[in-house]
Unconditional design. Structure first.
Length: 421
DNA sequence: CGGCTTTGACCGGCGC
DNA sequence: GCGCCGGTCAAAGCCG
């Protein structure tokens, strides 16, 4: 059955014609998802089908026109991460009306690196990007730069260092869990100056460490560990401290306390506990305050605080990828408090059993359903990227964050200024 | 014309 | 064993 030709093909909004994100990010048509109205090819029934953006609309609109509207519906913009990607598929994943786009690295002839981009079902303004694999080729300068800058940011965040060592070559490996907080305002390669800044947080699950556990609950990182010895965990928020983000690891605790900060991002304080402190022994926190005195830290802070619901969004984002209420053994139970009334309990089971020593292409299972896997570590920006909207009220001002890092090709119309083609 | 996106179909893994 | 679901393939169409 030959697939019948359909209208509505053509360039994808954000990728831009070139399909190269470097350009797409900048020059993309700016057709980013306006609204993720369930293009629902079928959240259940037809889920097997490739995502069709705005199906209904399609068969009503002839080719070109449809193309635009289709794109406007719910596409999956990607961030400019310095690499070149080619889209090879798109699909609606269960539980998220927004399609997930699949990209392949085209920098190298047979580069195994892939990435998935999907909007967070909970907060459409959040973009989730998952990288898989190792590049088998030298990275473009832009990607390299990107990697190092984000890494530096991560390092700083986690180490508490306030230096601006943006040249840190070492990945922001948070004891195995990489977290990048960045701003997209500034960047390599033709990042569009027209795009507002999009604070971005990247969680790198493909760290060189074997065992990473993400934790968004108040419970301490479990060490139900025989199976998944939690080398580290990221804790962003107990029910009692909905706005506290932190990192737990065997060696200590680092919390990003954004307490009750408002949307505009008040100063965050960082508390770090010494190695002696158990992963959850909050009492032993040293509460060593660190001033957000570097631009990077400040940027990170803002990125985190830009959206009050970021926590839930992040949890949701993770959940959307990893699975919800998946209470398997030895994994971390997470809870996320949404702004709304109920507080769905997200059980995020993240196990990065990757081995840094494995061959680049060796598959590493990341989650229980096999829905996600990675193949070691990708040099540039491996991991999940959560893109928070810039503070909605200030989205029109490409301001504030000066931390060099990822550039978001994505934009969310609902939070972004009007942009005409 | 080349390169890229789109998108239905296909495939394989996983849960029941 | 079956069905669901995510991921990938590949033909068709479109744009620069």
């Amino acid at each position: 059955m030959a697939p019948q030709p359909k209208p509505g093909m053509g360039s994808s909004g954000f990728e831009g014609r070139q399909g190269k994100e470097e350009l797409g990010a900048a020059g993309g048509r700016g057709e980013a998802a306006r609204d993720c109205s369930p293009a629902k090819a079928g959240d259940g029934a037809n889920n097997n089908k490739t995502a069709r953006n705005g199906d209904e609309e399609q068969h009503q609109n002839p080719a070109k026109k449809a193309r635009v509207s289709v794109r406007a519906r719910c596409d999956t913009p990607t961030m400019n991460d310095g690499c070149q990607w080619r889209k090879y598929g798109q699909k609606i994943a269960k539980g998220n009306p927004c399609p997930r786009a699949y990209y392949r690295c085209t920098v190298g002839p047979s580069c195994p690196v892939r990435k998935q981009v999907q909007r967070c079902a909970d907060d459409m303004s959040i973009l989730i990007t998952t990288y898989e694999g190792n590049h088998n080729h030298p990275l473009p300068m832009s990607a390299t730069t990107m990697a190092s800058t984000t890494s530096a940011a991560a390092s700083m965040l986690l180490s508490g260092s306030s230096s601006s060592s943006s040249t840190a070559a070492v990945p922001g490996n948070l004891h195995g869990l990489n977290m990048y907080v960045s701003d997209n305002n500034n960047n390599m390669n033709s990042i569009s100056s027209t795009s507002p800044s999009y604070p971005t947080i990247t969680l790198d699950l493909t760290s060189t460490n074997n065992n990473n556990i993400l934790n968004t609950s108040s419970s301490p990182p479990h060490s139900s560990s025989s199976q998944f010895a939690p080398a580290s965990s990221l804790n962003f928020g107990a029910a009692s401290e909905p706005a506290t983000w932190g990192l737990h690891n065997g060696a200590g605790i680092l919390n990003y306390g954004i307490g009750n900060v408002g949307r505009s991002g008040n100063a965050a304080h960082y508390r770090m506990s010494g190695p002696a402190a158990g992963p959850s022994s909050s009492s032993s926190h040293h509460n060593q305050s660190m001033l957000a005195d570097s631009t990077m830290v400040a940027a990170a802070t803002k990125a985190i605080t830009a959206d009050p619901s970021f926590q839930s969004a992040l949890a949701a984002a993770l959940t959307s990828i990893i699975g919800k209420n998946n209470n398997s053994s030895g994994k971390v139970v997470t809870s996320s408090s949404r702004g709304g009334g109920d507080q769905p309990s997200y059980l995020m089971n993240v196990k990065a059993s990757g081995d840094a020593n494995t061959a680049p292409s060796s598959t590493t299972s990341l989650s229980r359903t096999g829905s996600l896997s990675h193949h070691g570590q990708s040099a540039a920006g491996s991991g999940l990227v959560f893109q928070a909207p810039s503070s909605s009220s200030s989205s029109s001002s490409p301001h504030s964050y000066s931390m060099p890092a990822f550039t978001a090709a994505a934009r969310d119309a609902s939070t972004s200024p009007s942009e005409d083609n």
